[in-house]
Write a protein that binds this ligand. Structure first.
Ligand SMILES: *Cc1c(COP(=O)(O)O)cnc(C)c1O
Length: 471
């Protein structure tokens, strides 16, 4: 067929009016209404015109589309009514992938959300006394049990995320005063959370001390004035400073704070509730360690290493937490029943020692051997149906992600594919177009999948997505 200029191809498309008058669309209009069908027809025709202009659709393509145009309108309409937010299969091996929603929730948490959110609940109602209660009591009690070994009174409140927790705490504890922070800790966490900016929004003044690589206790002490309201330690969640470095221990900071009557707060970010060495992650501190060191307030995320819903948690001395709680920002940043339900169930799993029921923890715990066995089995299934691609299983590394444990590398087994028929980027795009979408990595011209972050029951979807992508 000789090339046809695109104005000519445009003329082969029916108009919206023609489509709406066609008897084939009458049942759809009767069922879904004229307005919805008009919108769908218009969206479809707009897209076809774009595809013609960009050269994606040639004369033959236009003929094909036009012959099935009524079905295409119906399909477009269905698509317009399906949610945009959808589940995806994370084959990147990044356990806490912020763009992919960080921690998947435990089944127990989901069941509890469903039960509580589908009905009324005792969110702020004391069932024993029959009077108004507080929403934080549900999780506060559980945190107290989890931190019982610290042997001091502690209270915990929940807000929307850790960024909110830091903003709220700074405003409640240091508005109008100064907060001392090491220059090595003025971090930016993705999505425009920068310590200096949050500080100025909170109404507190940042007092930087030390240098990027070295800060001593004496630097903090020299900066203390009558305006000092808080000493802040910020966890270097997403980077590491190596080489000629120095940073006072938390205990030293706490001792300094006590000496001058100034509270010490730590923005821990990732906030693990367990010793991560048990899952092979070294050098990552956890909430208990921070509380044991005597830190007055710790803030951390619910959906990083904790493996629960998005939330910001503030744990610390009851009088400080009470001050934070009575700040009017708390009301603006509070969370709803679904967060509490998901968080409570996740905390119960910790209390019962059932860490392997928390997906993020289970995924981090998987060994390279276990992942290699799954990868080999998946590759064997793939080879039964597909033999044009070069496929291998090779050792590699998964990362924790989500601004947690930047240096931790978890040994894994990667499935690497390449084919002459399509580039790795094209294959990755085809996997994303599959439903459920599969998100893979592209490395050195290969498509790379890491099963660490793929649930076993999703492997069949991965196989079918790969077969379609390679076809
Ligand atoms: C991740 C992180 C934050 C932001 O937490 P969100 O829950 O994403 O709002 C703040 N501070 C540190 C140190 C972090 O690691």
């Amino acid at each position: 067929m000789k090339p046809v200029a695109w104005p000519d191809l445009f003329r082969q498309l029916p108009s919206v009016d023609e489509l709406l008058r066609s008897p084939q669309l009458a049942p759809l209009i009767a069922g879904e209404g004229r307005f919805a069908v008009t919108e769908a027809a218009r969206a479809l025709l707009d897209r076809l015109r774009e595809q013609i202009t960009s050269g994606e659709l040639d004369a033959l393509g236009v003929q094909l589309v036009v012959s099935g145009i009524h079905r295409a309108v119906e399909y477009e309409l269905q698509r317009s009514y399906s949610p945009s937010l959808q589940r995806v299969i994370n084959a990147t091996g990044v356990v806490l992938h912020t763009n992919l929603g960080r921690a998947p929730l435990a089944t127990e948490a989901l069941d509890h959300v469903r039960e509580v959110a589908a009905s009324y609940s005792n969110l702020e109602f004391d069932l024993a006394k029959g009077e108004r209660g507080k929403r934080d009591t549900h999780t506060n009690k559980l945190f107290q049990r989890l931190f019982a070994s610290v042997q001091r009174d502690l209270a915990t409140i929940v807000v929307n995320n850790n960024a909110a927790a830091v903003l709220l705490a700074l405003n409640a504890l240091a508005e109008g005063g100064e907060v001392i922070v090491s220059r090595g800790e003025l971090v930016e966490i993705g999505g425009s959370f920068r310590i200096p900016d949050v500080m100025s929004k909170s109404g507190a003044t940042l007092r930087e001390v030390g240098t990027t690589n070295r800060t001593r206790v004496a630097d903090y002490e020299q900066a203390i004035t009558e305006r000092t309201k808080l000493i802040l330690r910020v966890h270097r969640s997403n980077f590491a400073i190596v080489g000629f470095t120095e940073q006072p221990s938390l205990e030293e900071l706490v001792a300094l704070g006590r000496k001058h009557g100034i509270p010490v707060m730590e923005d821990l970010g990732s906030g693990a509730l367990m010793d991560l060495r048990t899952v092979g992650i070294e050098n990552e501190t956890d909430v208990l360690a921070s509380l044991r060191a005597g830190v007055d307030v710790v803030t951390y995320s619910g959906d990083k290493l904790l493996g629960g819903p998005q939330a910001g948690l503030l744990t610390g001395a009851p009088e400080l937490i009470a001050r934070i709680r009575s700040n009017s920002l708390f009301r603006a940043l509070r969370v709803d029943k679904m967060f509490y339900a998901a968080l409570e169930s996740t905390l119960l799993l910790y209390l019962r020692g059932q860490h392997d029921r928390i997906p993020a923890i289970r995924m981090m715990s998987a060994t390279a051997e276990q992942i290699a066995a799954r990868a080999q089995a998946l590759v064997a299934r793939l080879r039964e149906m597909e033999n044009s691609a070069e496929i291998e299983v090779r050792p590699g590394e998964s990362v924790v992600g989500g601004g947690a444990a930047p240096e931790a590398k978890l040994p894994t087994a990667l499935i690497a594919l390449r084919t002459k028929a399509a580039s790795a980027d094209t294959l990755a795009a085809r996997l994303r177009a599959h439903r459920p979408a599969v998100i893979a990595r592209v490395e050195d011209g290969s498509l790379v999948l890491d099963l660490r972050t793929v649930e076993a029951e999703d492997e069949a979807h991965v196989v079918s997505a790969l077969i379609h992508a390679l076809a």
